[in-house]
Design a protein around this ligand. Structure first.
Ligand code: IMP
Length: 210
């Protein structure tokens, strides 16, 4: 059996500048006596995501924050993988939302990104396979260089048009298997109980908390 390093109560950096992710990770950490501070609050540098896998990018982000703040850091690299698009956008999920002009300047336009996915499915015709899954890879990095990685997933289908105003990113088009609502129509706690982030987090909890 693999030995995992345990997480002690105390300060932990959430190595993300994405407020949706920070909000969900805070809620998941709440019961564990951890004091989360986000990389955004500490103004920590954002490393370039040059990896070609979720794990590589998660480790890049966790290590950058752990080194800069000399504190254990938790990062999340996640994305949407669409079966009919051979797993795209995958590690490039956030890039598909990059817009030159969004709310007055460069930014991420999630409605444009969801439209891009839908456009590519439409090119494949009405019979296109609409199944997709979200992946979440959590990486923990300690200032001494030790790291741990956990991966979770949730499977579902893509709907169009987008529905719901909760959640973030691609939630309005993702309908998990067995449900009639999209993640953006879910109560936040319901999403926390079953998301790809919750799945990865369960594995982290089993490995790193006593
Ligand atoms: P990255 O991990 O910073 O490369 O960004 C991954 C992107 O995937 C996010 O910015 C979101 O758009 C999308 N994503 C990840 N998790 C979720 C989720 O729980 N709901 C909706 N979109 C998500």
């Amino acid at each position: 059996m693999t030995e995992h390093r345990k997480l002690s109560p105390g300060k932990l950096i959430i190595a993300s500048h994405n407020q949706g992710k920070v909000r969900e990770i805070r809620a998941l950490l709440a019961p564990f006596g951890i004091e989360p501070v986000s990389a955004g609050e500490l103004d920590l540098p954002v490393p370039e995501e040059t990896g070609t896998t979720f794990a590589e990018n998660a480790l890049l982000k966790a290590r950058a924050s752990a080194e800069a703040a000399n504190c254990v850091a938790l990062s999340d690299d996640s994305g949407l993988c669409v079966t009919a698009l051979n797993g795209a956008p995958g590690v490039y999920t956030a890039d598909w939302a990059e817009a030159d002009i969004y709310e007055g300047g460069p930014g991420r336009d999630w409605y444009m990104a969801m439209g891009k996915v839908e456009g590519k499915l439409a090119e494949l015709g009405p019979e296109a396979d609409r199944s997709a899954y979200f992946v979440c890879t959590l990486a923990l990095a300690w200032p001494d260089g030790h790291s741990e990685v956990f991966e979770g997933a949730v499977h579902g289908n893509l709907v169009w048009p987008p529905r719901g105003t909760r959640g973030f990113g691609y939630d309005p088009v993702f309908q998990p298997i067995g449900f009639k609502q999209t993640f953006a129509e879910f109560d936040p706690q319901q999403k926390h109980d079953m998301s790809h982030r919750a799945d990865a987090f369960d594995k982290l909890v089993k490995a790193c908390f006593d």
